[in-house]
Design a protein. Structure first.
Length: 265
């Protein structure tokens, strides 16, 4: 299948998890890729796994804690490929700490990585998409962007903010041929809980039990790709936990009872 043949696709958080799975799957469908994350060595590993030639692959390492150079990074992509068809804002970090124990610095870091990085990169890419009169922006949110949960206060806040910003941006840019997809994964088998930040800024260093037997990152990536191809605006991916979104809407009292019975891990 070559659904995305010659499409230039920029993926953040491409060094592991959903980002890595997206890179491999999109490469198989003929895409040309820009892979971004902090760890250049891991990005190179993923790049090799895609089997793409150098002409169709760019490794662009940077830290989502600081996207002040987003315009310069975008210029590097444009210098190599001449266009950007799809930006996938996948990179992020989760949280495993109670709100009252979490410092303001950690709160701000979670907002910077999960919200402002997506906003800044999208803002840098949009002028080129407007010029092309086409483009897609994908935002990897979470079901935590639809309701709060134990030990996820600022993470959930950042994901909620993504919905407000990108739903507004969709209305402003769809007339220009630009489409926006917001993806809300539930429990997916990735290192996200392992790398989650705790109240003092250290890593959680433990994989949540609920993630051990969850949907694979490869299955999640394939569903995202199908959503992209189908021009979906919002996509929920996961197991039975994603039903909570509908239960909250139609049966709020039941939702509150069920939510309180869930394990934070």
């Amino acid at each position: 299948m070559t659904l995305f043949k010659d499409k230039v696709i920029w993926i953040t958080g491409a060094s592991s998890g959903i980002g890595e799975a997206l890179a491999i799957a999109l490469a198989q469908q003929g895409a040309r890729l820009i892979l971004s994350a902090r760890r250049e060595d891991e990005l190179k590993r993923v790049g090799i796994a895609t089997s793409l030639p150098e002409l169709d692959l760019m490794v662009l390492a940077f830290d989502l804690n600081d996207t002040s150079t987003a315009s310069g990074l975008t210029a590097q992509v444009m210098n190599k490929f001449g266009r950007i068809d799809i930006l996938i804002n996948n990179g992020g970090m989760s949280q495993r700490s109670e709100a009252t124990d979490t410092s303001e610095n950690i709160d701000r870091q979670l907002m910077e990585v999960n919200y402002f990085s997506a906003v800044n990169l999208s803002r840098a890419v949009l002028p080129y998409m407007k010029r092309q009169k086409s483009g897609q922006i994908v935002v990897i949110s979470s079901i935590a962007g639809k309701f709060g949960f134990y030990l996820r206060s600022s993470y959930s806040a950042a994901k909620h903010a993504l919905h407000g910003y990108f739903e507004s941006l969709r209305l402003e840019t769809e007339k220009l041929g630009i489409r926006i997809l917001i993806v809300c994964p539930g429990k997916i088998k990735t290192p996200i809980s392992l790398n989650a930040v705790t109240s003092d800024g250290s890593k959680h260093n433990s994989i949540d039990q609920s993630h051990l037997h969850a949907m694979s990152a490869a299955d999640c990536a394939n569903r995202i790709i199908t959503g992209l191809w189908s021009n979906k605006e919002e996509l929920f991916i996961g197991g039975k936990e994603i039903l909570l979104v509908k239960i909250k809407r139609f049966f709020p009292s039941l939702f509150r009872k069920l939510l309180r019975k869930q394990s934070p891990y």
